[in-house]
Design a protein around this ligand. Structure first.
Ligand code: C2E
Ligand code: CA
Ligand code: CA
Ligand code: CA
Length: 274
């Protein structure tokens, strides 16, 4: 916050400069991270609400910096998007997730996040087709998660790319549903295969009637559109019970498993709290 008097403006300026320098350092470190093997994928299981059966895994990018340790995606993904580094990083994540899923059938369907920036690059659908061909992963085992912000900048072009991707047989999920400004318009404009209810709604479904009413409405929308709703960030058994009662089809969250490297996943075990 800005100091009120005396050398306040100066102090404020110094803080700004420090923040800018820190961002520069982080982005130059990120430039080398991929080639230096500091980037990896963790996977988090997704389960069906009814039986708790494993249905797939979301791939989540991780950066382990030699001195800083783990850098949270919330810190480096926005930076990667601003600098354009998300293009090589995103392509690497797509290729790695498809190769992992091909090598490990028990992963089920693998869900990969796409950044809005990747839609501005020509040939995204062609890239997806190439990666599927190179890795040999059947298209039906790949899902791409897209946030509404992908559709904001150039909706006509983005919808065209999404259609090309769907034509490959790849499914498309709307991520972080409920956090954007025109979620309903976005759902109307494109036939998504799944709605992922944002994890900010989930912790309160068992304690806050408003959150529960919103959950009910979103499940109703999914039902009307004929697509499943997945709730993210499920942490407790009472949340699970509410989500089940309201007819949520799929779930993801610490209750079922934390994101972990492929080699550390418990692929044989039945889901917790099933
Ligand atoms: P997201 O796509 O909404 O991913 C779900 C986030 O929720 C992950 O955070 C996951 O670790 C966290 N999470 C899962 N279960 C729980 C739970 O029960 N409780 C809580 N509190 N959190 C839970 P993570 O891994 O830190 O990733 C943050 C965001 O970074 C992602 O949000 C996504 O927007 C972005 N991201 C991660 N990997 C990629 C990637 O490969 N490409 C792109 N473009 N974005 C990525
Ligand atoms: Ca996601
Ligand atoms: Ca999400
Ligand atoms: Ca709760």
């Amino acid at each position: 916050a800005k100091a009120q008097h005396g050398g306040g403006a100066c102090f404020y300026q110094a803080n700004m400069d420090a923040a800018v320098r820190e961002r520069r350092r982080l982005s130059s470190a990120l430039r080398h991270a991929l080639e230096d093997g500091q980037i990896s994928l963790f996977y988090q299981r997704q389960v069906t609400a009814g039986s708790g059966r494993l249905c797939g895994h979301e791939a989540l990018m991780r950066w382990h910096h030699p001195e800083r340790g783990w850098v949270p995606p919330a810190d480096f993904i926005p930076l990667a998007e601003e600098t354009g580094l998300i293009l090589p990083l995103g392509e690497w994540a797509l290729r790695t997730a498809c190769a992992d899923a091909k090598a490990e059938p028990r992963l089920g369907k693998v869900a990969v996040n796409l950044s809005p920036v990747q839609f501005r690059q020509a040939g995204l659908a062609a890239l997806v087709a190439t990666v599927l061909a190179e890795t040999g992963l059947p298209a039906r085992r790949l899902e791409l998660e897209i946030t509404e912000s992908s559709l904001m900048q150039d909706p006509v072009r983005t919808l065209e790319v999404l259609r090309e991707i769907k034509a490959l047989g790849v499914s498309v999920a709307m991520d972080d549903f409920g956090t954007g400004h025109s979620s309903l318009a976005t759902l109307r404009a494109f036939s998504f295969d799944k709605i992922k209810l944002d994890r900010s709604f989930v912790p309160e479904v068992d304690s806050n009637p408003q959150a529960r009413a919103i959950l009910r409405a979103v499940v109703g929308i999914g039902r009307g559109l004929g697509i499943p709703v997945l709730a993210e960030g499920v942490e407790s058994a009472s949340e699970l019970a509410c989500l089940r009662d309201e007819g949520c089809a799929e779930m993801q969250g610490y209750l079922f498993g934390r994101p972990a490297p492929l080699t550390a996943l418990d692929l044989a075990a039945p889901a917790a709290a099933a």
